[in-house]
Design a protein around this ligand. Structure first.
Ligand code: PRP
Length: 176
């Protein structure tokens, strides 16, 4: 089995903190005091969600969803399976999906369709990272994006490799 190790830091703790505060200000301004239902996509989004929520000045509620795609990591079947659905009835609510990273866009394109059918008042996406130049990438309406990155494997700040590194306070590249 190939050995992996931490590579260079892509975003420092300070850079992430500055950007999360900016996103918090932007979201607070856009929602203008209306209550937001933050929907975190488990597990990776939990760190970003916790920090972002504390930068919001609007009232917020929280819910979580967990899903994974069938198929191998390199070739997805396009079918998403829920491991945990929302606890909340989202109809009429302002739902903001909070994600750590968008890769192919498959997870979110499925989630958008699924959640839209439940008739929220509004439904938007906030992702800390968005991978560019990914083959077959699905175009998504991403309203709030932290950083665009190239197609490299990254860990830290919620992102894992084999469940490790999620607690790193910065984002680094994982290299062979
Ligand atoms: C990651 C990430 C997104 C998804 C993005 O989750 O958190 O949910 O992959 O990939 P896509 O755009 O190609 O669909 P992962 O399946 O690694 O689970 P985790 O959040 O529990 O680490």
């Amino acid at each position: 089995m190939a050995k992996y190790e931490l590579g260079e830091t892509l975003f420092t703790t300070e850079e992430i903190s500055v950007r999360v505060r900016e996103l918090g200000r932007e979201i607070s301004r856009d929602y203008d005091g209306q209550e937001i239902l933050l929907v975190g996509i488990l597990k990776g989004a939990f760190v970003f969600l916790a920090d972002l929520a504390r930068c919001l000045t609007t009232p917020v509620r929280f819910d979580f969803i967990s899903c994974s795609s069938y198929g191998s990591s390199t070739k997805t079947s396009g079918v998403i399976r829920f491991q945990k659905d929302l606890d909340t009835d989202i109809s009429g609510r302002h739902v903001l999906i909070v994600e750590d990273i968008i890769d192919t866009g498959l997870t979110l394109s499925y989630l958008l369709r699924n959640l839209e059918a439940r008739k929220p008042a509004t439904l938007e996406i906030c992702s800390l990272l968005n991978k560019k130049h990914v083959d077959g990438k699905i175009d998504l309406p991403i309203k709030y994006e932290g950083f665009a990155i190239v197609d490299v494997f990254v860990v830290g700040y919620g992102l894992d490799y084999d469940e490790r590194y999620r607690n790193l306070p910065y984002i680094a590249r994982l290299k062979k």
